[in-house]
Every structure is written in C-alpha cells, then in structure tokens.
Ligand binder design. Structure first.
Ligand code: ZN
Length: 100
C-alpha cells in the first residue's frame, strides 16, 4: 500500500519542508512554513493537495502585511522541498575525493 503524500502529517513525518513565496515585484519574500504549528492549527490530516487553493488563499505575506500600500495576499505560491539526508554525512567517506 502506497502512502499518500499530501497531508501535513505525512510531510512532517517524511521530513519535507515547505516554503512560501510571495511572487510580486519588489517583494519576493520567501519563508519556510512551520509545519508543526500548521498541523496544530489545521489538524495533522489537513490535505494540502486537496485544499491547495484554500490554503494559498489563507496565506499572507508577513513582509507586505506591514506596509498598507502593499497587498499581502495573492501571488503566493508554495514549494515542497524533499527531505534532506537525515544522516550527518558520516556515511560518506570524503577522504578519497580528489580535486576538491
Ligand atoms: Zn510580500
């Protein structure tokens, strides 16, 4: 049985990270989302794929929110980063790498 990777719980358990981008000229603010506090607020079974547009609509750019001339909503996108290697690099024998 394959696991569906779409809920906050699945992203947290698998070590994914999600960044939000405010793709507006003059801003381009990006920030990593705190998945644990999102899971606390929305519930760990919140499905980010199913509720994609509602989720994006709920996001607000924290930088633009401080300036009344700017619109902190809209043009926000999220990007999923795959889990980084949970190891500390100990499995890699770098001593044989030449030319670095
Ligand atoms: Zn912004």
């Amino acid at each position: 049985m394959s696991k569906t990777l779409s809920t906050l719980r699945s992203y947290i358990e698998d070590g994914f990270r999600i960044h939000a981008f405010h793709e507006v000229t003059g801003c381009n603010h990006s920030e990593e989302l705190d998945l644990v506090s999102l899971a606390n607020r929305l519930g760990p079974d919140f499905d980010l794929v199913e509720n994609h547009s509602a989720f994006l609509a709920s996001l607000k750019c924290s930088r633009c929110a401080q300036d009344p001339k700017l619109n902190p909503k809209g043009n926000i996108s999220i990007r999923l980063s795959p889990p980084t290697n949970p190891g500390t690099g100990k499995n890699w024998d770098t001593s044989k790498i030449k030319g670095w």
